[in-house]
Design a protein around this ligand. Structure first.
Ligand code: NAI
Ligand code: MG
Length: 361
């Protein structure tokens, strides 16, 4: 049977960019003999409107059954004042939690045609292709105790950075597996100089490497230095693995090395199942962009590149992923631009559909 995909377009520009991805999925079925069984469902505000919850139990169950989930974006001003328990974001958080997606892959890749767009000098970023692996389900965002407590005559805000050996072990493995598909090079970032969790992190990552991945080159770096090096000379890195908090900050920093939010894909992976496929959710980094929703202006590339990641990491179709990425590269080199990518004078932007047309062509 065909590999299965659950598509959750979501809110705002989510459905607009996902429409282009669906055309590309159809193209692979028709032209490359690579058909998917696709189901579509609701997540976020649109699910709340219909079911009173941002993620229906049936949708959750489907997500746990399929080979991969592809998500657009959730949220919007209409839902800003909803109770926390039914906010659109809660739908996404529930997916990540119940699928146990502990490894978040954020590539930072610079397309030559967009090198002028970077916040940095062109020669620092031209040809950049790195991957940040961020631990996504533990660390200081989840550790107990947490809260705001009375202490003497004032209050104290507390969060706890907490990592077990097995949590570090599994995300390290996911980074080393990834490195084997790339250039066999991992840099692990923590603050072992001042944090106990950092000491354990460094020790466990090194042990996983020495035991099971001796072919992969591993270095360690303090995360603050890592931030500096990412901006100074990002091409020294290939795969970076780090915890939830540092990964949040470092991946946003790396993202801006390459330009627009409309270009950035991501993958969140969980434990591999019997046939080696990890539980997986693919989504663009951007949100629902209410300021441009419904106007046909959204750049679909982040969502399209997220599907390319699905081809590579869930369906073992690295060549087809490369084919899709090459089409994106070609279109950019030809000067096709959505409005968010306009820098040059005198270039007329294409619509969301126009960008999809160009990539399909
Ligand atoms: P956003 O990413 O939606 O938009 C930030 C800026 O980037 C806006 O000016 C937007 O027009 C532009 N932009 C984003 N994606 C674009 C694309 N594909 N093409 C062209 N321009 C693009 O972030 P913002 O404004 O902070 O949040 C808007 C809503 O999205 C909120 O409700 C927020 O909660 C939600 N959100 C959802 C996320 C998700 O579903 N994973 C992630 C981030 C925000
Ligand atoms: Mg962030």
């Amino acid at each position: 049977s065909n590999p299965s995909l659950l598509i959750l377009p979501g809110d705002g520009i989510g459905p607009e960019v996902m429409t282009e991805v669906k055309r590309i999925i159809d193209w692979f079925g028709a032209k490359r003999d690579l058909a998917f069984d696709v189901e579509e469902d609701l997540v976020g505000g649109c699910a709340y409107d219909k079911h009173g919850t941002p993620l229906h139990d049936d949708t959750m169950a489907k997500a746990l059954q399929v080979d991969a989930v592809l998500l657009g974006a959730v949220g919007g001003p209409k839902y800003d004042n909803l109770d926390f328990s039914v906010k659109p974001e809660r739908g996404l958080l529930r997916l990540r939690k119940e699928m146990d997606l502990y490894s978040n892959l954020r590539p930072a890749q610079c397309f030559d045609a967009l090198a002028d767009f970077s916040s940095l000098k062109k020669d620092i970023v031209a040809g950049l292709d790195i991957m940040i692996v961020r631990e996504l389900t533990s660390g200081v965002y989840f550790g107990e105790p947490r809260g705001i407590f009375e202490e003497g005559n004032e209050r104290v805000g507390i969060n706890t950075q907490r990592y077990t050996e097995s949590e570090i072990d599994r995300v390290a493995r996911s980074a080393f597996e990834l490195a084997r598909r790339r250039n066999n090079k991992v840099c692990s970032m923590e603050k072992a100089n001042v944090m106990e969790s950092g000491i354990l992190w460094r020790e466990v990552v090194q042990k996983v490497r020495d035991t099971d991945y001796p072919d992969v080159e591993l270095t360690h770096m303090y995360a603050d230095n890592g931030a500096m090096q990412l901006v100074r000379a990002p091409k020294q890195f290939d795969v970076i693995v780090t915890d939830n908090l540092f990964g949040d900050i470092l991946s946003d920093c790396a993202a801006m090395l390459t330009g627009s939010l409309g270009m950035l894909p991501s993958a969140s992976l969980g434990a591999p199942n019997a046939d080696g496929r990890p539980k997986a959710l693919y989504e663009p980094v951007h949100g629902s962009a209410p300021d441009i929703a419904g106007q046909g202006k959204a750049n679909p590339i982040a969502c399209i590149l997220s599907f390319a990641m699905a081809l590579r990491y869930s369906f073992d179709q690295g060549d087809e992923a490369a084919r899709l990425e090459a089409a994106v590269e070609k279109v950019l080199a030809d000067g096709v631009r959505t409005a968010d990518l306009l820098g040059e004078e005198g270039v007329t932007p294409v619509s969301t559909t126009g960008m999809g047309d160009a990539i399909l062509a």
